[in-house]
Design a protein around this ligand. Structure first.
Ligand code: UDP
Ligand code: MN
Length: 277
């Protein structure tokens, strides 16, 4: 009877992808163990999704969470696979339209990272759910760090909720400023003062009903994705539901993984091994 969480994750192939999706999928796995109703939509920024991605999500490790200690052998969970079971995931192919990758356009406007994926996931939801189905939607990029409590908080959302996100420039945190009456009166740390909602993608959640009602489109416009989307939802400051103890707690961080500078996958073989695999 709990509201299902609908997690939308745009992702794309690069050297860090497996590491990012390992962390996120195992965070979500903990929600499944806690019996939180969950739908995970992965939108892959390519025409076909590499088999590795599905294999990562679908894999079943034969290990058990209690180690090999003798006394636990009779435990009911002794042979329970640790990872990869029962993650209810839908993988969509959602390539960014090639026009947005045009170098001249990228130089002038930036790259709308993840927008094609989020849009595809929202269209999928409009098609495959009904307007009165329960559900709360959250955009969870593959590279952020999520405290499990952020998901508990999000599930309280009625229409549109907001909460702070840590590790963002320029002030270290971006999120709503809440007055003593629990009302949102402004925002902290937005880089662009003319924005109405200078928040991060990971700093808000909204109901499936609101999606059906407004059918908002996220603009293909770098740095204005949140603003365009939230304006299209048509909720003013008074309608924002502050979470995370009136936005005083940081439960999600905008971490960024540095890609290693790898210029060759050649394996040196000074000892002349016959098999370097
Ligand atoms: N992303 C994508 N295609 C791209 C670049 C990024 O699908 O060409 C995804 C990425 O995996 C992440 C989200 O879009 O989930 C935001 O991208 P990123 O983290 O690189 O941007 P930042 O957080 O630095 O704005
Ligand atoms: Mn990111």
């Amino acid at each position: 009877n709990q509201t299902p969480l609908i997690i939308i994750t745009p992702t794309y192939e690069r050297s860090e992808q497996t590491a990012e999706l390992t962390r996120l999928s195992q965070t979500l796995q903990l929600l499944i163990w806690a019996q939180m109703p969950l739908i995970w939509i992965i939108a892959h920024d390519s025409r076909v999704c590499h088999e590795n991605v599905r294999a990562l999500i679908d894999r079943k490790l034969g290990s058990n969470p209690f180690g090999n200690r003798q006394e636990l052998q009779g435990h009911k969970n002794y042979n329970r696979p640790l990872v990869g079971t029962r993650l209810p995931v839908t993988i969509l192919s959602a390539p960014m339209p090639s026009a947005f990758r045009d170098p001249e356009r990228v130089r002038r406007f930036g790259l709308p990272r993840g927008v094609a994926g989020r849009r595809a996931a929202l269209s999928w939801l409009i098609k495959h759910t009904r307007a009165n189905d329960p559900g709360v939607i959250y955009f969870a990029d593959d590279d952020n760090v999520y405290d499990l409590e952020v998901f508990e908080e999000i599930s309280k959302t009625h229409r549109l909720s907001m909460f702070p996100v840590g590790l963002l420039q320029p002030s270290g945190v971006r999120g709503p400023i809440v007055d003593v009456h629990g009302r949102v009166i402004g925002f902290l740390g937005g880089r662009r003062p003319f924005r109405m909602f200078p928040v991060d993608m990971a700093g808000f959640a909204f109901s499936l009903a609101l999606l059906h009602q407004k059918r908002p489109l996220m603009p293909f416009r770098a740095t204005m994705e949140e603003e365009g989307f939230l304006r299209a939802l048509g909720v003013d400051y008074g309608g924002i539901e502050p979470l995370a103890n009136n936005c005083t707690r940081i439960l999600v961080w905008h971490t960024m993984t540095a890609a290693p500078q790898v210029n060759s996958f050649q394996i040196p073989n000074p000892s002349g091994y016959s098999d370097t695999n």
